[in-house]
Design a protein around this ligand. Structure first.
Ligand SMILES: Nc1ncnc2c1ncn2[C@@H]1O[C@H](COP(=O)(O)OP(=O)(O)O)[C@@H](O)[C@H]1O
Ligand SMILES: CC(=O)OP(=O)(O)O
Ligand SMILES: [Mg+2]
Length: 421
């Protein structure tokens, strides 16, 4: 029996919510809505349902994930062209992207017990988990009939070998406090590996790719035989590449020279969260925002090309850090790389960034078709090939879809979540 799924993705700068009918094996999308720019107001709405397409409309009274969710839910309920969601009772499942899932390696129904465990992990994903849990509470209040299911970004990386997840610190403390690499953007990487395997007509079990999810938060993942082998984020989503408001990896000593109050608890932390000044500075007051004053990487790329000094520096830092990971992963995969894949807001739309990155990898047999690169974002296809046809390795752009990945999970594991057949 087909039921309605609301798939909710609380990113660090956006809220994306899609509505699906739970048809098997592939859920059918009925509508998708997105409010982005939560860190660069005014927030902007995107709404697609059938022929109705709203793009880039300013939304007022939206300042965080909670108010953005209320706005989008009201739009679905009041949309006459969406009779499947005529009242709150019609929504049977709410799937939530929860960035940090700790040791959970598969999706979980959210009950009191799991909610408590996820709350404990909030400190380890300060820009994400608390927001996702606030949406779980909102569903509980507004849609009490719906089953809440948590899908974890970290779960995809459960296959990373020990020598890569382990840290060179006292193992007793590492074990007790669960200090290791977890990795994130896993829903996106899960979507990407299925899409690329289908596109290249190559079984997942032999697929090797280097995937870059570049959004407000950015990471790289080495996929070996279809499974995560390494990724650039770590214990928290702060490690690895810089992002909209994040520094990415820095020398851990740097923070003690930046402020004398690194260990003090921050006053700005969300209710119930323990966040130090150090974490506040490196997660929320750094990255593109600190360097250029904006979190919009599209704007940064344009201004960099026009010669703006700080935008050029931000752009060049991003390219430099990306090179470190991609080059390392190329070696870890023994050079057997089916494709380098760009995804996420910047990966999908940032032609200038792709061009600058790939220019450095010509020495390894990657190359771009300039025209295809510039026009990639105009295509509706899930995967677009932008490689130079003479190049040894492929470069692909993948329109990733974390919401669809969750809806597929609800359909696939339906009986476990109480879904009627
Ligand atoms: N034309 C563009 N070129 C480069 N980056 C862009 C462009 N348009 C949007 N972006 C960037 O995409 C990022 C948002 O990516 P997204 O993956 O949707 O974010 P989130 O992490 O919130 O899920 C923002 O930093 C935005 O600046
Ligand atoms: C994990 C993470 O950083 O996610 P996002 O890019 O959506 O903020
Ligand atoms: Mg995202």
């Amino acid at each position: 029996m087909s039921e309605i799924i609301l798939s909710i993705n609380a990113g660090s700068s956006s809220l994306k919510v899609s509505v699906y009918k739970s048809t098997s094996p592939n859920p059918i999308q009925l509508a998708e809505a997105q409010i982005d720019g939560l860190t660069a107001p005014p927030a902007k709405l995107k709404y697609n349902r059938g022929d109705v397409r709203i793009k880039g409309e300013d939304v007022t009274d939206v300042h965080d994930q909670g108010s953005a969710f209320k706005d989008l839910l009201d739009r679905f309920l009041n949309d006459d062209g969406l009779p499947e969601v005529k009242d709150k009772e019609s929504i049977k499942f709410a799937s939530h992207r929860v960035v940090h899932g700790g040791d959970f390696s598969e999706a979980q129904i959210i009950n009191k017990d799991t909610y408590g465990k996820l709350e404990e992990l909030s400190d380890l994903a300060p820009l994400h988990n608390a927001a996702a849990l606030s949406l779980v509470r909102a569903i509980h209040d507004h849609l009490p009939h719906a089953t809440n299911i948590a899908f974890f970004d970290s779960a995809f990386h459960a296959t990373i070998p020990k020598q890569i997840t382990a840290q060179a610190i006292d193992p007793k403390i590492a074990n007790r406090n669960k200090l290791r690499k977890y990795g994130f953007h896993g829903l996106s990487y899960g979507f990407i590996v299925s899409a690329i395997s289908e596109y290249l007509d190559k079984p997942l079990s032999s697929l090797n790719i280097i995937a870059l999810h570049l959004g407000s938060g950015a990471s790289v993942c080495a996929v070996k035989n279809g499974l995560s082998y390494d990724t650039s984020m770590g214990l928290t989503p702060l490690a690895g590449l810089p992002g909209a408001t994040r520094s990415g990896s820095v020398d851990p000593s740097l923070i003690f020279h930046y402020t004398h109050h690194a260990g003090r608890l921050s006053h700005n932390a969300a209710k119930g969260m323990r966040l130090t000044e150090a974490e506040e500075i490196l997660n929320k007051e750094s990255g593109w925002k600190a360097l250029t004053g904006t979190t919009d990487f599209g704007q940064i790329s344009t201004k960099a090309a026009q010669g703006d000094e700080m935008c050029k520096l931000a752009f060049d830092i991003f390219v430099d850090r990306i090179l470190n990971f991609v080059a390392g992963y190329y070696v870890k995969l023994g050079g057997k790389v089916d494709a380098m894949v760009f995804a996420g807001g910047i990966g999908e739309k940032g032609a200038e960034l792709r061009d600058a990155v790939i220019a450095h990898f010509e020495c390894l047999g990657f190359g771009l078709d300039g025209e295809k690169n510039v026009h990639a974002a105009e295509k509706e296809d899930v995967v677009v090939d932008i490689s130079d046809k003479e190049a040894r390795h492929k470069v692909l752009v993948c329109r990733t879809d974390e919401q669809l990945q969750m809806a597929r999970g609800v359909v696939r594991d339906g009986p476990r979540f109480g879904k009627q057949q």
